[in-house]
Each structure stands twice: as structure tokens, then as C-alpha cells.
Design a protein around this ligand. Structure first.
Ligand code: SAH
Length: 290
């Protein structure tokens, strides 16, 4: 009888955002195959005798393909070891879960899937916004511009005024992502929030419009882009502008005035629903570094 493979969602980073079941699986695991985005804090829950193998993208450059990851899961399980395949967020969201389940089923390896908090939910909590709202957003689309060979555009007719897009892997070409969203029909004044490192101490939140997103330069990955009227910036209670004019979760006071990111934030704050936000004076901002 082979060992079991648990495909576990690690959530956005903090260990206390894991499910109890995920934490139990980590403590029991003999082998943990994890992605790059899984935090050190989560990995520290593994037993000291567990073998930790990074099979993430950065390591993939050195040779761990999806086929090799599948083979590693199967090989360790056939050695009667308890295997955890640990993925950031939720395994079912842009996590290649389908391919891994197919491989396990074919090899007749018993498995369990343990869900985690996906980045869109983490980003929404970080930015204190809702993804759906019965008054204004009845549809949530989870999407990435980086799916194998496809562009962002779903072949669906949507009422974009009542739709929220949660865009995973939105960078590094934000101008292209913004342009695609506008080509799909989003107004250039549509509010959006970029949440970088959601729920981690390095979390950054920036409220913009699609128009101003086009010229926002460096945005630190990992980040999620929330697009739609739900992202208009109600002034978050415990988020303050940090010294570089962006928002942080630590409640620091606003130190930089005159920063164009501040202007973007204030424009968004002042906006009524569903307004046209005049983002024209932030499009050339050189200082929107998230
Ligand atoms: N399975 C994951 C998604 C993996 S794809 C999940 O459910 O969240 C990797 C992308 O997820 C990143 O490029 C980024 O868009 C997003 N992401 C993961 N962790 C994040 C975090 N802490 N903050 C913001 N975005 C994150």
C-alpha cells in the first residue's frame, strides 16, 4: 500500500492563516514538495525530520518540470512515505491541481486535497474590500494573463459594471494587463487595487484606476489586481499611507504629501459610486513603486 499524497493549500503566507487540517498534514509529512511562494513560516511547521524539496518555479529553471514533480510525488508515495505537495494559496486556483490529480489517479496513489486561502481572498482582506457585493458586484471572475498560450480575454458576455475581476500574476507588464482589461470593455476610470504580498508583513496596497495602472512602474510580486467598483477606496480603517505614499497595514501615519500615489489614493477616496475617476494626473507618476 503506497503512502498518501496530501495536496495542501498554504494560504498567503502567515502560518495562522493555514487551516488546522493543513497544519496537521504538515506536521505529519515525511516529504514536502513545495513551491517558491510558500513562506518560511509555514515551512517551519514541518517536522525537523521531514525532507523539504523546493520544486518551485525558480528551481524549475534548474530542471524540475511538472512531469518531474508528478514523478516525485508518486515515487515518494510508493516508498510508503507520507507526502505533502504544498502550494501557495489554494491548490485549486492556478495551482496545476488538475494535472497533479490526473497523475496520482493514473498511478493509483491515494490522495487528499486540503484547501487554503487563495490570494484574491487574502488581497480583499488586506485592502478591506469585498469581492462581491449584492448592491454592485454579482459576478467574480478569477483570471490570469499568464495561462498557457491564452490571453486574458474570456469568451463570455459580462456586465462589467457589476463584475469584479481578480487578476492573478498581473505583472510584470501591467500596461498590457490594463490595456487588455480596457479592450474587454472596462472603463479606463474603473477603480482597481493592487495588493502585493497580501497578509505578509511586507504587504502593500495601492488604489488606482485602470488608466493610472497603465503607467504604474515596478510592482513587487507576488501581487493580485482587483478590478471593479468594489475596489473604489473606502478609506481603510487600519491602513495608512506609508512614507513612500503607499498604504501599509501597520497604521503608520502618512509621511509623504505631494506624492502622485497619494493623489491617486485621494482621488479614489473622493469618488462616489459608480463615478468617473479622473486619473489623468496620475498617469505619468514615476513613484508608484509598490
Ligand atoms: N494557488 C495560488 C495562486 C498561485 S499563482 C492561490 O490560490 O493564491 C501565483 C500568483 O498568486 C502570484 O503571481 C500572485 O498573483 C498570487 N499570490 C500568491 N500569493 C500572494 C500574496 N501573498 N499576495 C498577493 N498575491 C499573491
Amino acid at each position: 500500500m503506497p503512502g498518501k499524497v496530501s495536496i495542501v493549500g498554504a494560504g498567503p503566507g502567515p502560518a495562522d492563516l493555514l487551516t488546522v487540517r493543513a497544519a496537521q498534514a504538515l506536521r505529519a509529512a515525511e516529504v514536502v514538495l513545495h513551491d517558491d511562494l510558500v513562506s518560511a513560516e509555514v515551512l517551519s511547521l514541518c517536522s525537523s525530520s521531514a525532507e523539504l524539496i523546493n520544486v518551485g518555479k525558480r528551481c524549475r529553471r534548474h530542471g524540475t518540470s511538472q512531469e518531474q514533480i508528478n514523478a516525485l510525488m508518486i515515487q515518494h508515495a510508493r516508498q510508503n512515505r507520507d507526502v505533502v505537495r504544498l502550494k501557495s494559496g489554494d491548490p485549486a486556483v492556478f495551482g496545476r491541481l488538475g494535472e497533479e490529480l490526473d497523475a496520482l489517479r493514473e498511478a493509483e496513489i491515494p490522495f487528499a486535497v486540503i484547501p487554503g486561502i487563495t490570494a484574491a481572498a487574502a488581497a480583499a482582506s488586506a485592502a478591506e474590500l469585498t469581492l462581491t457585493d449584492r448592491r454592485s458586484a454579482s459576478t467574480l471572475v478569477v483570471i490570469t494573463p499568464h495561462n498557457a498560450g491564452e490571453n486574458l480575454r474570456p469568451k463570455l458576455a459580462l456586465d462589467l459594471e457589476r463584475t469584479t475581476f481578480a487578476v492573478y500574476m498581473p505583472g510584470p507588464d501591467y500596461a498590457n494587463t490594463a490595456r487588455e482589461l480596457m479592450e474587454m470593455g472596462f472603463d479606463s476610470a474603473t477603480p482597481c487595487a493592487v495588493v502585493s504580498n497580501a497578509c505578509r508583513t511586507s504587504q502593500k496596497v495601492c488604489f488606482l484606476t485602470l488608466d493610472s495602472l497603465r503607467s504604474a512602474p515596478t510592482i513587487v510580486a507576488p501581487a493580485v489586481l482587483i478590478v471593479g467598483w468594489v475596489a473604489r477606496a473606502n478609506k481603510p480603517r487600519n491602513l495608512c499611507l506609508s512614507a513612500n505614499g503607499l498604504l501599509n497595514a501597520e497604521g503608520r501615519t502618512r509621511a509623504a504629501t505631494g506624492n502622485l500615489a497619494v493623489d491617486a489614493y485621494e482621488l479614489a477616496v473622493k469618488s462616489a459610486y459608480p463615478p468617473a475617476i479622473d486619473g489623468t494626473n496620475v498617469t505619468s507618476s514615476p513613484s508608484l513603486n509598490l
